[in-house]
Design a protein around this ligand. Structure first.
Ligand SMILES: C[S@@+](CC[C@H](N)C(=O)[O-])C[C@H]1O[C@@H](n2cnc3c(N)ncnc32)[C@H](O)[C@@H]1O
Length: 312
C-alpha cells in the first residue's frame, strides 16, 4: 500500500465515510425489487477447483449462493448444534439465517453498527435476535458465546485490538472465533502475535482470494443499479454513487477487484480457538505500515476523489 502518498483521514472523517457508504448501499438495495432478498453484503465464495470445507452441499441453484457458501466454508466442520452463536457486524442477517437453516444452534444473535441493517434484520428474521452495537465494545456479558463469527466487517474497525479482546471476553473457554475478511498481509503480521497473547490458538488459515474473485466475476455479470428517481447524495452525483457501489462491490475491473487480483489485498479465512485468557497489559503492536489501516483501506478501496466528496 502506498502509505506515504495516501492522505490520512481522522477517525471522525472515517466514521462519516463509512456511515454514508452503508447508507448508500442500503438505499440502493431497498430501492430495487430484490431488496427483501438481499440479506448479504459480502463478496462471496465460489469453490472453483479448490476443495470445499463445507459440510453442507448447496443445490446448483440457490438464492445468494456465493455469499451463503462463504459462510458454510467459514463454518467448515465446526460443530454448531446446541451452541450460542454471535455474529458481529451481521449486516442484513444472511449469515445467521444460513446457520438457522442448516444447523441447530441453541441461540443466534447478531449485532451491527448500522441501525437500518438491524431494523431490516428484525423485520425479516423473527426467530433470531438482533441489536445495534459496536464490535469494539460488545454489549454482552463475559463468557456467553460458544461461537463468534465475523464476516467482512473488521477492516472497518478503528481499534481492532479492542475487538479481538472483546471476542475473547464474550467467548466461553474453548469457544471458537470464525473470522474472515480482506486484509493487507502486513496487518496480519501485527494481528497473529496479538491474538496469540489474547489466548487464541489458530486452527484454520485459508487464503480464499481466488475463490472470492470468481464470486466477484459472477456478481459483475448480474449487476443492476436500481435507484429510480435517485439524485445522488451530498456532493456525489448519481454516476459517482454508482461508481462507489461498483467499487464497494469489487465488480470486475474496479480498483477494489484489482487490489485483490494483484495480491495487494488478500481474502483470508480463520478459525481460532480460545485456549486461555489475555495476557496482562496486552497491547496490539501496530507497525508503521498499519498505523492508518482503516483510513488507507477506505482510500484504497474508494479512491481519494470520492473520499473527499464524502467528507463535509
Ligand atoms: C461488508 S458488510 C458485511 C455484513 C455481513 N457480515 C455479511 O457478510 O453480509 C460490513 C458490516 O459491518 C458493519 N460494521 C462496520 N463497523 C462496525 C462496528 N464497529 N461494529 C459493528 N458492525 C460494524 C457494517 O455496518 C456492515 O453491516
Amino acid at each position: 500500500m502506498t502509505e506515504d502518498k495516501t492522505k490520512v483521514y481522522t477517525d471522525q472523517q472515517i466514521k462519516q465515510v463509512l456511515y454514508k457508504l452503508y447508507d448508500l448501499i442500503n438505499r440502493q438495495i431497498e430501492s430495487s425489487e430484490y431488496g427483501d432478498y438481499a440479506t448479504f453484503l459480502n463478496w462471496g465464495y465460489v469453490s472453483g477447483d479448490t476443495p470445499s470445507h463445507s459440510v453442507v452441499q448447496l443445490p446448483k441453484i440457490y438464492l445468494n449462493k456465493s455469499s451463503t457458501q462463504l459462510i458454510l466454508e467459514l463454518v467448515g466442520d465446526t460443530p454448531m448444534d446446541n451452541r450460542h452463536v454471535l455474529d458481529v457486524g451481521c449486516g442484513r442477517g444472511g449469515a445467521l439465517s444460513c446457520i438457522d437453516t442448516f444447523f441447530n444452534a441453541k441461540s443466534l444473535t447478531g449485532i451491527d453498527l448500522n441501525s437500518e441493517n438491524i431494523s431490516f434484520c428484525k423485520k425479516k428474521f423473527k426467530n433470531i435476535s438482533f441489536q445495534e452495537g459496536n464490535a469494539e465494545s460488545l454489549p454482552f456479558q463475559d463468557h456467553t458465546s460458544d461461537i463468534v463469527m465475523n464476516i467482512e466487517s473488521s477492516s472497518n474497525y478503528l481499534n481492532i485490538g479492542s475487538f479481538f479482546l472483546e471476542v475473547s471476553r464474550v467467548l466461553k473457554p474453548d469457544g471458537v472465533f470464525l473470522y474472515t475478511d480482506i486484509f493487507n498481509l502486513q496487518d496480519l503480521d501485527d494481528y497473529f502475535p496479538f491474538l496469540k497473547k489474547a489466548g487464541f490458538k489458530l486452527e484454520v488459515n485459508r487464503d480464499i482470494t481466488s475463490n472470492v474473485l470468481i464470486a466477484r466475476d459472477e456478481a459483475s455479470a448480474g449487476f443492476v443499479m436500481g435507484m429510480d428517481g435517485f439524485k445522488g447524495i451530498d456532493k456525489l452525483s448519481v454516476e459517482e454513487c454508482c461508481k462507489m457501489i461498483d467499487l464497494y462491490s469489487a465488480h470486475k475491473g474496479t480498483r477494489s477487484y484489482k487490489l485483490l487480483q494483484s495480491g495487494q489485498f488478500v481474502y483470508r479465512m480463520f478459525r481460532f480457538r480460545k485456549v486461555g485468557n489475555p495476557a496482562e497489559n496486552i497491547h496490539l503492536r501496530i507497525s508503521n505500515h498499519s498505523k492508518n489501516r482503516v483510513s488507507n483501506f477506505c482510500s484504497e478501496l474508494l479512491g481519494q476523489e470520492i473520499m473527499e466528496k464524502m467528507i463535509d
